[in-house]
Design a binder for this molecule. Structure first.
Ligand code: 3SK
Length: 511
């Protein structure tokens, strides 16, 4: 049971309420080389909320976009906008103007708060948008050297947060569908607390002494939960890294004796290698792996080297966070575990009937959070009879443990990033040399999968290393650079059905 008052503002619960509960002097955020206590975070977010309401005219329900890498200022902006009753849209720092414009238009974003270092693409986006009324820069390095920071310094540290209802929308989480056509998932104020009071409390047993570290962007709900909501809900500390490469994470783990890590298997593999070189990860008590399948050897090696289990889990932006997971006292290799408290899971066939134990089918879940797409006809296929159909194939064994089989759709999951093949195809097709293309995920031992483009060239063009490089740069300039095809294969023709549809499965079936 998750019991919250009717009037509930999640940001107040994570800041002012923590101060009232005696955590004022505890470290809340670590980043940009300094620590901030809960009291400082509460004051900072109240000042920022004043700017949003008094100077920028943000009204409850307005959509506020935040563009930043993971840093304390991004967390503060998110909390401030939530205190002001806005609906926050967190975005990844690598997005280009065209991608930002798609989000702004879909979410009808009225205000954008942008790290000044990332302003160029934001400004370009603003020029083409009919919705944005203001774009304000903040200093992501926390030197308070940008417009938003300067305005905030003049404001009082008390702010009467908007008394939102527990089921008012607080967050729009964007996720790319298989078509690359982004979907926005709406999450209530209470949902932000449920993921902490469910998963983080029940599975991780978070305590105020915990120090969190990890790599997922705060713009991905996996990161927002794991690196902001979970620590702040329990008086713990969050370390925020703008570049969360494995070496940077290791440095932070060693320096701050971090106890809880959220990242993908690729990074854990690199951390295991670093342990061979003497890296000290002994402070970690919880290693959460999600976002891509955890290979059994990584799970086994982690257990062997640290003596602690790696907790594999599955979540979805639609569900907000992890809903099936292993536990400290109940974990197995090549197994995703059992539902988190409050959630139920079934494996069903195409007609919605439960399949026999051990049989692979579609994973369906229901619980206190669930999919609510913003104005999207795909809602009807994602939620059927109250069950969320996740798009993953699983089997459930005789003891009720869930085992991942495959992703049902065309998403490519590379190093924890979800990349929609059709979006990369569209970028490639805008290059004059490309006549036709099909993008698939190719297996890769380090990244899980890489983006592989199969390309038919226009007549006058000849394939080769120079053209491959040019195509890769072309994609990087058009869309977020991590989506570029690491592998390019030139072909005379693409396999097609009689009706002319490209048969991507034929490309995936490698000899
Ligand atoms: O695995 C995922 O894709 C995911 C998405 C949102 C939140 C949490 C997770 C693990």
């Amino acid at each position: 049971n998750f019991d919250y008052p009717d009037r509930l503002n999640a940001a107040v619960e994570l800041t002012d309420a923590m101060v009232a509960r005696g955590f004022g002097d505890h470290t809340a955020l670590i980043g940009n080389g300094r620590r901030r206590t809960y009291k400082e975070l509460s004051d900072w977010t109240n000042r920022l909320a004043h700017v949003l309401v008094d100077d920028l005219g943000v009204k409850p329900g307005n959509r506020v976009l935040i563009r930043s890498a993971n840093n304390p200022a991004m967390v503060a902006c998110w909390l401030a906008a939530t205190k002001a009753g806005a609906v926050v849209v967190n975005t990844m720092p690598m997005l280009r103007a065209g991608e930002l414009a798609g989000i702004v238009d879909k979410a009808e974003v009225s205000h954008a708060l942008c790290d000044t270092r990332l302003m160029d693409e934001m400004t370009a986006c603003a020029k083409s948008s009919g919705f944005l009324t203001s774009v304000v820069g903040f200093d992501g390095t926390s030197n308070h050297d940008a417009e938003l920071d300067r305005l905030a310094l003049e404001k009082p540290v008390q702010f009467e947060a908007v008394a939102t209802a527990q089921d008012d929308v607080a967050l729009l989480g964007f996720t790319s569908g298989t078509t690359g056509d982004a979907k926005a998932t709406m999450h209530f104020h209470r949902d932000l607390l449920i993921i902490a009071d469910g998963y983080a409390r029940e599975v991780l047993g978070v305590v105020p002494e915990d120090v969190f570290v990890g790599s997922p962007p705060l713009a991905f709900t996996f990161g927002l939960g794991g690196l902001a909501i979970f620590p702040l809900r329990f008086g713990a500390a969050a370390t925020l890294l703008e570049t969360a490469s494995p070496p940077n994470m290791i440095e932070i783990i060693e320096k701050y004796r971090a106890t809880v890590c959220f990242t993908a298997p690729t990074a854990y593999r690199a951390m295991l290698a670093a342990m061979e070189e003497g890296a000290d990860l002994s402070s970690l008590r919880a290693a959460v792996s999600a976002g891509e399948t955890l290979p059994a050897p990584v799970y086994a090696e982690w257990q062997e080297k640290t003596g602690k289990p790696m907790l594999d889990g599955i979540g979805a932006t639609e569900m907000l966070h992890i809903f099936v997971t292993n536990r400290f006292d109940d974990h197995r290799a090549a197994c995703t575990g059992k539902p988190v408290r409050g959630y139920e899971a079934r494996v069903i066939d195409a007609d919605g009937a439960e399949v026999a134990r051990g049989t692979v089918g579609r994973l369906a879940v229901r619980g206190p959070t669930g999919c609510r797409y913003l104005a999207d006809t795909r809602q009807a296929s994602y939620v059927q009879d109250g069950w969320n159909i996740t798009g993953d194939s699983f089997s459930m064994d005789a003891d009720g443990y869930l085992h991942f089989a495959a992703r049902n759709d065309d998403m490519i999951i590379s190093s924890g990033y979800n990349i929609a093949g059709p979006e990369v195809e569209a970028a490639l097709l805008s290059h004059p040399a490309v006549a036709e293309c099909a993008v698939i995920g190719a297996p890769d031992p380090r990244r899980g999968a890489i983006v592989e483009a199969h390309i038919v060239l226009n007549n006058e063009h000849i394939g080769g290393d120079i053209l491959i490089k040019a195509l890769q740069e072309h994609v990087k300039a058009a869309i977020a650079p991590y989506k570029y095809p690491r592998s390019v294969v030139f072909r005379d023709a693409l396999p097609k059905t009689a009706t002319g549809k490209i048969q991507r499965f034929a490309l995936r079936e490698r000899p």
